[in-house]
Design a protein around this ligand. Sequence first.
Ligand code: GLA
Length: 399
Amino acid sequence: MLKRLMVLAVSLAVCGAAGAQRDMALESGLARTPPMGWNSWNHFAGRVTEQDVKDAADALVSTGMRDAGYVYVNIDDTWEGERDAQGVLHANNKFPDMKALGDYIHARGLKFGIYSSPGPRTCARYLASYGHEQQDADLYASWGVDYLKYDLCSFGTLMEAGMADHFDDPDYGNKMMKAAYLKMRTALDKTGRPIVFSLCQYGHDDVWTWGASVGGNLWRTTGDIQDNYASMTKIGFAQGPLAKYAGPGHWNDPDMLEVGNGGMTADEYRTHISLWALLAAPLLAGNDLSKMTPETKSILMNKAVIAIDQDKLGVQGDRVSQSGDLEVWSKPLGGGAVAVGLFNRGTSAAPMTLKLSDVGVKHAVHVSSLWEGANPIVANDEVSVSVPAHGVVLLRIEP
Ligand code: GLA
């Protein structure tokens, strides 16, 4: 009981004291558009090594991905080693010199991201930051880290162990989780280094309603994506109701990209990145960048699609209509333009007609199609296209 009260008192103190720093973090200019880069997990998972990360950094430069906007090089779980007598965490032997790795990444005009958990252990059971938050934040800053993904993992177990009878109390559980995230945001701010803060707790307790208030620049809204059409669409097409919570500095994160990992067709991967762009989602490639086919490159580096995601207005798109397997989504863009996705979730190609008035456009305008093929013709203020099975026609409509 005493332990429980102490934890609660600490949590509340943290919540109260950190307000000023939190605002500073949100106003620091970080993540004004959804973060773009690469993360090791979807392809390399627990096997990732320093060499894989260097190869990814090199490939971001040589393929043109960096210049297309993919700048973060994020090491996910399994880099962590042991703490020394002073409590300082060291990387394990897969990562012999983190400072040098950070320098390698920065020398290529890229930014360095890392991973931890507010609990004692990460999801892969490596050492995490519980009780060492400031020490770890200082360590990251000394390595030149620019981005932290903070994954709930064992924090839930910690809450259960200390407070079994409180764990199901949403109010209490919420406070603990918020305090844990705020504690790390405050520690990151104290280092003086601008560090993007990525909350990963799979959407628990409607994180979109409070993620920004604990200094999150992005927050995962779902469980883990898998490299198949069913998983990707189950996540992507469910994001509409969260649109109002996204904006410059703080984004909904429907998880990292699977483009290029081999489990979907090219049309399915085009659906994946088109939907993520309409959602103003972070675009973190999750494939092996050193071995990309021309098709994978063309999907990840379609500049017109990236421009939809990165549009300065920073508004997340939403569903306009749904009829069986056919869905229309739109996203308002700066300058009065609008992006529209015509999605076919069925297993054979289907004709679709968009009435411009359905997406708020009044007069005949210029319509460009952002994947291959000729731009569609506008007749009677309607656009008619054929949409491939599991595919998309993505349009940009200029006023
Ligand atoms: C969780 C996260 C994943 C990944 C793994 C690493 O499952 O949701 O994105 O970070 O942990 O262990």
